[in-house]
Design a protein around this ligand. Sequence first.
Ligand SMILES: *Cc1c(COP(=O)(O)O)cnc(C)c1O
Length: 400
Amino acid sequence: MKSAYSPLAIKGGAPVRDTGRTWPAWPVHDEREHRAVLEVLESGKWFFGDRVKAFEAAYAAFQGARHCITCNSGTAAAEIILQALGIGPGDEVLVPPYTFVATASAVLRVGATPIFVDVDDTWCMDPDLADAAITPRTRAIMPVHFGGRICDMDRMNDIAAKHGIPVIEDACHCWGGQWKGKGAGTLGACGFFSFQASKNITAGEGGAIVTDDEELAGEIRSRVNCGRPPSGTPWYHHINVGTNARMTEFQAAILSCQLERMEEQMLLRARNAAQLNHGFEGIPGLTPQRTSNRNSRRAYHLYCLRFDEAAFGCSREKFVRAANAEGWPVSAGYPLPLYKQPVFLGLPLHDYNGCSCPVAEDLCSRSGLWFAHQLLLGSEQDMKDILEITIKIKSCAKDL
Ligand SMILES: *Cc1c(COP(=O)(O)O)cnc(C)c1O
């Protein structure tokens, strides 16, 4: 491997990716989206019509769920689920601290208290710690299938059943993911998805909730649509405190096109991830997210690695800068666990100053590394470049 002996790009050497090769762009679209958007435009029917219904049916089938209710974001989906479950002031919901803010802020938005439960080497909520965090006030467990890796849903469901509370799956990284052959979002009481621009299926913004529970589906559908009855009619009849979180026909038309590419993209991401997992096995200091055979189909929103400074030979920050200079856009991920965000520290509701989740803190401060799913849509050579960059940096880590 010639470049392993050339100087690091960060020291003025030639970058490994100095070859004209570029990473796949995101989002992707072709003439299908073009046509679909123009059809909606010219139809004059821009909201709450057949395209939303068609996408809901297609997405329910894709996840293997009985019901799918679309909405305008993953954030709105989380808030509406909590409201539909009657969760509010005085109630506690278990959430992980290593996630996008919405997982926890949705709990605050309904007036309830998020209780942070640390993650483990799956980067998902630790089931033992979840069990230990349950109090008489706990009304739901909301784990995140982080990066697309499904958390231990067998354990989560056992714990929830023991206490008679629901599991709400934050599946905003997990389109198409399966646990023992069953789709994410159908494993607990319900699950929610995001179609925001960075996500693996996108219309710029958008969200969806799936569930097998017909009654819950009705409660959710009502709240997405201004509190109308789940059927949407009569139009001037409001039975719940709802909001307008409806998806547009433009979004649904784009998402239906995006969904057609999902299976193929999932296969490609999984194949490339397997190549990387294999390659990283031989490199001390880098450990991919722990896998499980029960996660029978793996979605990849992020490819996650734990970095061990002592075993690799330099700090994570130096590694990230060197890797970026070689042409690999890898990042150190979240800099803070959520409970250290000002919004939580300022709350009278709960003393988050005393919160301590050592695994999440370690991921944030020194060991977390990730890159986005579109890199996994690259070629076999692209994956070789990632491994070559890693080996090249390792060979000069002491001089960084
Ligand atoms: C993206 C995301 C959300 C929120 O989705 P939006 O559509 O951006 O509101 C919630 N949870 C997680 C884990 C996410 O990554």
